[in-house]
Design a protein around this ligand. Structure first.
Ligand code: BT5
Length: 332
């Protein structure tokens, strides 16, 4: 483990100051190496304090690489960028270099993408992240990772006090006409009629053989502390919903920890669909899904391995594996 990460772990493990010499000894490095690691953390915005008794973690570790890695209970190293083209693109580059178990996190993206090469608007203030892993699972189960990311994002949003739900397959939304208490509430009304306002989107990219995933990049874009006015119509943000900024460091850490937990093993992956169903707004709804093979319209009744939407149509039951899903009002 590198000295910085070991130092972060030591600071996270202990509320009391940790002395330089003690750290050097426990990490098996020189005192100069400890000092260099402290300086490196400070340069990355993690303001380690020096007291006569030793080093202390900053009160507010901040939205930064070390800030997110500090106390993180997930097996990822964190690569933070203030501004980047696309975290997914960076994660793919790392995959090409043979890397794994890295979370690329950014404040702002200048060239980010949604599905089908659509533009994703990602100004400063968001939580834009991509997790690169090399899971030992058959390629057919890969869609479960997208669903796991949706569950993780929903849980992190709820943790931050925002009642989010999942719209199949990869949107995390707030508010939905079916349970909108007051349709006249302009702030919460759904202008698109598509099942709520979009808080987050997920884009999964992978490479693999038929039977095994090679690498998998799950990219999550969450509108965190952003004025929805600067986003495409139909979008919302955590700060707009809460009426106050969210702690992005904690939000990102919660999301990463939950995602790691849900994808830790093939046994853990078995829990993804039930967790997804619990948080979904799509099930039981009338939907129209635009697929590569045409439009499927009917009632969404279930989601089945590895993430297909099961729709009851006039012509019988259909399984839809990919497409854009619109929630319809019952009368439509
Ligand atoms: C998605 O695509 O929802 C997946 C978005 C994934 C973005 C993340 S950010 C980190 C990582 N790095 C990347 O480069 N990408 C990933 P899709 O379902 O195709 O939705 C795209 C549509 O959402 C666009 O056509 C817009 O209408 C809308 N949109 C764009 N930016 C938005 C935003 N910030 N909030 C809400 N809606 C947005």
């Amino acid at each position: 483990m590198d000295t910085r990460r070991a130092l972060l772990d030591a600071l996270a493990a202990d509320d009391s100051p940790v002395s330089g010499p003690a750290l050097a000894e426990s990490l098996g490095v020189s005192r100069a190496a400890v000092w260099k690691a402290v300086e490196g953390l400070r340069e990355e915005g993690f303001a380690v304090e020096s007291t006569p008794e030793g080093y202390v973690a900053p009160d507010d570790p901040g939205y930064s690489g070390p800030g997110i890695a500090f106390g993180l209970d997930a097996p990822y190293s964190v690569e933070y960028r203030g501004r980047i083209g696309s975290t997914n693109e960076r994660a793919r580059e790392l995959a090409g270099d043979g890397k794994s178990d890295v979370a690329v996190v950014a404040d702002e993206q200048t060239g980010s993408r949604g599905r089908l090469d659509r533009e994703w608007v990602a100004p400063s203030g968001g939580v834009w992240l991509s997790v690169l892993t090399r899971p030992d699972v058959p390629t057919a189960r890969a869609p479960l990772f997208t669903l796991a990311a949706a569950v993780a994002t929903t849980d992190a949003a709820r943790h931050a006090g925002v009642d989010a739900r999942i719209k199949w397959p990869n949107d995390v939304l707030v508010g939905d006409e079916a349970d909108e208490a007051d349709e006249s509430d302009a702030d919460n009304a759904d202008p698109t009629g598509r099942g709520g306002r979009k808080l987050a989107g997920i884009l999964t990219e992978m490479e693999g053989e038929a039977d095994r995933v090679g690498w998998l990049v799950v990219g999550v874009g969450v509108n965190a502390n952003i004025d929805p006015e600067t986003l495409p119509a139909g979008a919302t943000s955590l700060s707009a919903q809460r009426g106050a900024p969210v702690d992005r460091r904690r939000f990102a850490a919660t999301l990463l920890e939950r995602y790691a937990e849900l994808t830790a093993s093939s046994g853990a992956l078995d829990g993804v669909l039930p967790a997804w169903r619990d948080r979904a707004s799509t099930l039981g709804r009338r939907v129209r899904v635009d697929t590569a093979d045409g439009v499927v319209e009917g009632t969404a009744v279930d989601v089945a391995e590895p993430g297909a939407l099961v729709v009851d149509t006039d012509e019988g039951r259909r399984r839809v594996h990919a497409g854009d899903c619109e929630h319809l009002r019952d009368a439509e």
